[in-house]
Ligand binder design. Sequence first.
Ligand SMILES: Nc1ncnc2c1ncn2[C@@H]1O[C@H](COP(=O)(O)OP(=O)(O)OP(=O)(O)O)[C@@H](O)[C@H]1O
Length: 294
Amino acid sequence: MHIRFIYNPKSGRERSQEKVSNVIKYLFEDGHEVSMRFTKKAHDATEFAIEAEHDKVDRLVVVGGDGTVNEVVCGIQESNSKIPVMIMPGGTTNDFAIYMGLQKDDWDTYKTIVSGKIESVDCGKVAGRYFMNVGACGILTDVAHNTPVGLKTAFGRAAYVMKALTELTPENLKPIKMKIESEEVSGEYVSYMALVANSKSVGGFQKMAPLASVHDGLLDVLVVREMPISDLVTVFMKIRAGEHVKHPNVMYFKTKKISFSSLEEEVELDVDGEFFGTLPATFEVVHKAINLLV
Ligand SMILES: Nc1ncnc2c1ncn2[C@@H]1O[C@H](COP(=O)(O)OP(=O)(O)OP(=O)(O)O)[C@@H](O)[C@H]1O
């Protein structure tokens, strides 16, 4: 088989080299052809995924974080590719890879690349681009894209916690007046945060969208509505257990398609941990979009 690696050398703590070398060694020993593409800047991984479809490679291996996976998913969708994809988590949080159980040792990674099960999984679409994990707006949702790369390299996930703590000030706790339109829920809501998730794991919290599934042809929507700060603290403390969705001021439902618009100020949107633009935005699911090796 011809196996193409797309490798972001700057994602996470830059410690993936040894793992990648070991996996490539196993692949060579097994007689496979291996080619490498290293990303240098934003969108390189998208171009490399499109190139992989043209080159008719047999397997694509993505080494990087959620942002790199996002770019590869965009390339796969844009080129209508069905190439089986393996994700080697090399980022800071790796929400999607963790949700899919892809934190494997070197040998299992190699075995999955050559003979893993292929699962056809959903992705999301927003403003003509695609996402694997989440689109979000409101408090704390910009932490991932605003944390400097140097801080992530030095401190890993703790960098996000440090950045989050600097953001949780009374001035930042401004609720957003937004309009939501979907088949299930429509209306004007005042909320602190809204997110649309494909997988359960968001921002390092493995039960942020506790009922999400990448097989159900649906996106999970979580809206944290305006509430007293003391209630908000309670909600955040329940995220780890996935119990936050039961709070009366938290809306949680599934949909195929949903639109958000801000009724007042400009609201930034974060998609798979990277800055994406501003509201309005319409999210929809793309069922069975990616052939993932698991
Ligand atoms: N060689 C490079 N040097 C600097 N930045 C790069 C390079 N290659 C890609 N990038 C940037 O890295 C971003 C993706 O980073 P990625 O999300 O994979 O890592 P992370 O932020 O450490 O992990 P996570 O999102 O899981 O927390 C891309 O959007 C791109 O802009």
